[in-house]
Design a protein around this ligand. Structure first.
Ligand code: URA
Length: 448
């Protein structure tokens, strides 16, 4: 069937057969059809939701587009984690060494920045020499040697997700729940994970703006997991305000190093410890989620997680000298400070606006072929709920490609909303879900 006919059926909401989907996706991978055909198919899926059958089939086609990592010979339960994408969300870089230090094997397969959200691969590749394009056999070797590995989609691992993910990034076709589910679950299944923890972001800076969409995605991910026999649980977490202080690739690595060395950012580590607790519990190194959280805190406090991070960087070819001493890394060419126009209490900090600004500064892409500027981004000096005086620094903007950063000041300032009254800080974790139910997090881990 011609690509036009497949696109027409998709546009009209006619369910496609496995043969039709396989033919269309194979032709794309082999460059027999173009990005504009695929974009039309993806965009049609924004208006005509893919059925459950089509979602499972596309997930399967993605998985079989490359090799698969077989972890059955490795003892213990290998646990991966995935976030649906947020601004300043560097939890993956923290979780891998923390959970590995707790004795659980972590084979993590991640993606690049998508739209205004940052990508784990771009963050890792800001470390000079760090290799994320690994073959299934390299993934297996590094995992066997160190108990952890962080890799991306490649020519040999879910290449279809690699191509389509990059295309969705620049064609406004990210926020389509079945495509998100196929993209996430195919990476995890191909990467060989035996259990999965999901972090579904909800709020202004997330692809799921409201809680009901996040819950819908949670259930969809659970259904795909069940179809492919991958047990999964997860959290729905807040993404109204950027997570932590730094937004942008190397800037986020610096915050990770700080946190692993004991200078913890409160909201970032709240989410990290909760996810780590779930991973350690699923990996059978704790008898409960609460105990898993305690173990995670301990390995950070004792410096074991930082040691594991250095080991990870070394195993994947990265320069450990810049991790041991982050000041050795080159600074961005331009840095400007943004100062408070008035005194008051910071009522909100808009993650979407700052995520888009970080892309403009060079931290993300607007074309598939764009390189990212590893030094670009934003570092917050104040967070929601903080009291500020007029002229205090709110944040700093960094870029090596935008010559005149002062032009972006007024746009950046719109991200900060001021009030006068103090207010209590709320948790960043809304709920926990598994295949049976979605329940408030406070009921699952009251002491965390
Ligand atoms: N993360 C992914 O891996 N894929 C998506 O589509 C969204 C977030």
């Amino acid at each position: 069937m011609s690509p036009q006919e497949i696109i027409r059926k998709r546009r009209d909401g006619v369910e496609l057969t496995r043969e039709e989907l396989e033919g269309f996706f194979r032709a794309y991978l082999e460059n027999e059809i173009t990005d504009y055909h695929m974009t039309a198919f993806l965009m049609a899926s924004a208006f005509r939701p893919l059925t459950m059958y089509e979602t499972h089939t596309i997930t399967d086609i993605y998985i079989r587009s490359g090799g698969r990592v077989d972890l059955s010979a490795i003892p213990g339960v290998s646990v991966d984690k995935h976030s649906t994408g947020g601004v300043g969300d560097k939890t993956s870089l923290l979780l891998v060494p923390i959970v590995a230090a707790a004795g659980v094997r972590v084979p993590m397969i991640s993606g690049r920045g998508l739209a205004h959200t940052g990508g784990t691969l771009d963050k890792l590749e800001s470390i000079p020499g760090f290799r994320t394009q690994l073959s299934p056999s390299e993934i297996l070797r590094i995992l066997s040697d160190t108990g952890m590995v962080m890799a991306g989609q490649s020519e040999s691992l879910v290449p279809l997700d690699r191509r389509i993910y990059a295309l969705r990034d620049v064609t406004a076709t990210v926020e389509i729940l079945p495509l998100i589910a196929a993209s996430i679950m195919s990476k995890k299944i191909a990467g060989g994970a035996q259990a999965l923890v999901l972090d579904i972001k909800s709020g202004r800076g997330a692809f799921m703006r409201d809680r009901s969409q996040a819950e819908e995605l949670a259930m969809l991910l659970m259904a795909v997991g069940e179809e492919f026999a991958l047990p999964a649980v997860g959290l729905i977490t807040d993404m109204d305000e950027p997570l932590g202080l730094a937004i942008g690739n190397w800037l986020e690595v610096v915050e990770v190093v700080d946190c692993l060395r004991g200078r913890e950012t409160r909201d970032l580590m709240e989410v990290t410890y909760a996810l780590a607790g779930l991973m350690i519990y699923l990996g059978r190194k704790a008898a409960s989620i609460g105990e898993g959280i305690t173990v995670a805190r301990e390995v950070v406090r004792k410096g074991l997680a930082f040691e594991r991070f250095v080991q990870l960087v070394s195993a994947q070819g990265g320069d450990t000298a810049v991790i041991e001493d982050t000041l050795r890394y080159p600074n961005a060419n331009s840095i400007v400070e943004l100062r408070a126009p008035r005194s008051g209490v910071l009522r909100s900090v808009d993650a979407l606006r700052l995520g888009r600004l970080a892309v403009e500064l060079g931290a993300g892409r607007s074309r598939v072929t764009d390189d990212v500027d590893p030094t670009a981004g934003i570092v917050l000096a104040r967070k929601c709920g903080d009291r500020v005086e007029e002229d205090d620094v709110l944040c700093r903007l960094y870029s090596s490609t935008v010559a005149d950063l002062s032009m972006l000041r007024s746009n950046a300032l719109k991200a900060f909303e001021f009030g006068d009254e103090d207010f209590p800080l709320s948790t960043k974790i809304f709920s926990y879900f598994d295949r049976d139910a979605i329940v408030p997090w406070a009921e699952v881990a009251p002491m965390s």
